[in-house]
Design a protein around this ligand. Structure first.
Ligand code: GDP
Length: 295
C-alpha cells in the first residue's frame, strides 16, 4: 500500500495502519515542500514527523519533534544571538545533522532518509516526494513568504492571497516514489492539508497519470466543513475552492473511495464514518475500515 502524507493528519493514520498491516507492506511518500535549512541543517518537517511516528518517538501533543526532547542547543543559540526559525530539539537536531551530512557529501534526500530510517529501525519504506527542492510560498498583503515564515514566525496571522510551489515544474518524483507507483495497486491519500501537503505530491510530473489505474482511497482532513486543525480552510479559499469535502475532491481529483466525517455535507458517493484520530484506538479503527475497503 502506498500512502501519501503530510505531517499531522496522515501520520495519525499511519500509527493505526502499521497496527493492522505488516509495516513492510507500507510505503509512505512524504511532502517536502515545507523543507528549509536551519543553522546549517536541512529540516524536513513532514518527513521528520513521519519517521518519528513510525519509530514511535513522535511528540503526539504537537505532532512534530521527539517526545521529551531537550532544547539546550536552541536556547544557547538564542542567548548568543542566533534566532532559529523553528525550535529544534537536541535529539531532533541529531537527525537533521545526519541528513545534512549525507547531502553535503553529495547524497540525495532519499539517501539521507534511508539512513535515518535504518538508524531508527523502521520497517516501512519512506521516501521524500522528490529529491529536487520545492518550496511552498504564501502570498500575503505583506508580500510573499516561505510557508514556515507564514505559519511559525508570523503564527499564520497574515491574510492568505495565494499559494504556489516554487520549483515544482522542474522537480521529478524521487526514484522510490516512481517505483512505488509502479509496484503498488492501492494508493491512500491521507487526511493531510490538501493544498500544502497533498497538492505538491500530486503535482509532480507523471504522478496523476500513474495513479489512474490504482485503487485510490482518500481520507478527508475536514470535520464537517472545517479542518480538525491548522490552516487548510484558509489555503483552500486562497486557491479558489470552498473549504468543504467537495473542495477537497476538486483539489485531489476523483478517488474510488472517499472517506469523510459523519457531519460532512459532501453530496457525492462517499463513506461517512468517525475520522477523528485523537487516540491510537481511533487511528486503528479507521485503518481497519480502509483495509476492509481495499481488501
Ligand atoms: P502539516 O504538514 O503539519 O500541515 O500536516 P498535514 O497536512 O499532514 O495535516 C494537517 C491536516 O490534518 C489538517 O488539515 C487537519 O484538519 C488534519 N487532521 C488533524 N487531525 C486529524 C484527525 O484526527 N482526523 C482527520 N481526518 N484529519 C485530521
Amino acid at each position: 500500500m502506498l500512502i501519501l502524507s503530510g505531517g499531522t493528519g496522515t501520520p495519525k493514520l499511519l500509527r493505526g495502519l502499521v497496527r493492522v498491516i505488516d509495516p513492510e507492506e507500507i510505503t509512505v511518500v512524504v511532502n517536502t515542500a515545507e523543507d528549509l535549512w536551519i543553522s546549517g541543517n536541512l529540516v524536513s518537517p513532514d518527513l521528520d514527523t513521519v519517521l518519528y511516528t513510525l519509530a514511535d518517538l513522535i511528540d503526539e501533543e504537537r505532532w512534530w519533534g521527539i517526545r521529551g526532547d531537550s532544547f539546550i542547543t536552541h536556547t544557547r543559540l538564542k542567548e548568543i544571538g542566533v534566532r532559529e526559525r523553528l525550535s529544534i530539539g537536541d535529539a531532533d537536531r541529531a537527525f537533521h545533522i545526519l541528513r545534512s551530512d549525507v547531502i553535503r557529501r553529495g547524497g540525495t534526500l532519499s539517501d539521507a532518509t534511508e539512513k535515518i530510517r535504518e538508524a531508527l529501525g523502521i520497517r516501512s519504506r519512506v521516501f521524500p516526494m522528490s529529491d529536487d527542492s520545492v518550496s511552498t510560498i504564501i502570498t500575503t498583503p505583506l508580500g510573499d513568504m516561505h510557508f514556515q515564515e507564514f505559519w511559525v514566525e508570523r503564527r499564520g496571522e497574515p491574510e492568505v492571497i495565494g499559494v504556489r510551489f516554487e520549483g515544482i515544474d522542474d522537480a521529478k518524483p524521487s526514484s522510490g516514489f516512481i517505483e512505488a507507483l509502479r509496484r503498488e495497486k492501492t494508493v491512500v491519500i491521507g487526511p493531510s492539508n490538501p493544498v500544502t501537503s497533498i497538492c505538491p505530491i500530486l503535482s509532480l510530473k507523471g504522478v496523476r497519470d500513474a495513479m489512474a489505474d490504482k485503487i485510490t482511497v482518500a481520507v478527508s482532513p475536514l470535520d464537517g466543513d472545517r479542518p480538525f486543525s491548522g490552516p487548510a480552510a484558509r489555503f483552500m479559499r486562497a486557491v479558489g475552492v470552498e473549504p468543504d469535502d467537495a473542495g477537497v475532491i476538486s483539489i485531489l481529483g476523483e478517488v474510488d473511495h472517499f472517506i469523510v466525517s459523519r457531519s460532512s455535507s459532501y453530496p457525492g458517493r462517499c463513506i461517512r464514518t468517525d475520522t477523528r484520530m485523537d487516540s491510537i484506538e481511533e487511528s486503528t479503527r479507521l485503518a481497519k475500515e480502509i483495509l476492509r475497503l481495499v481488501g
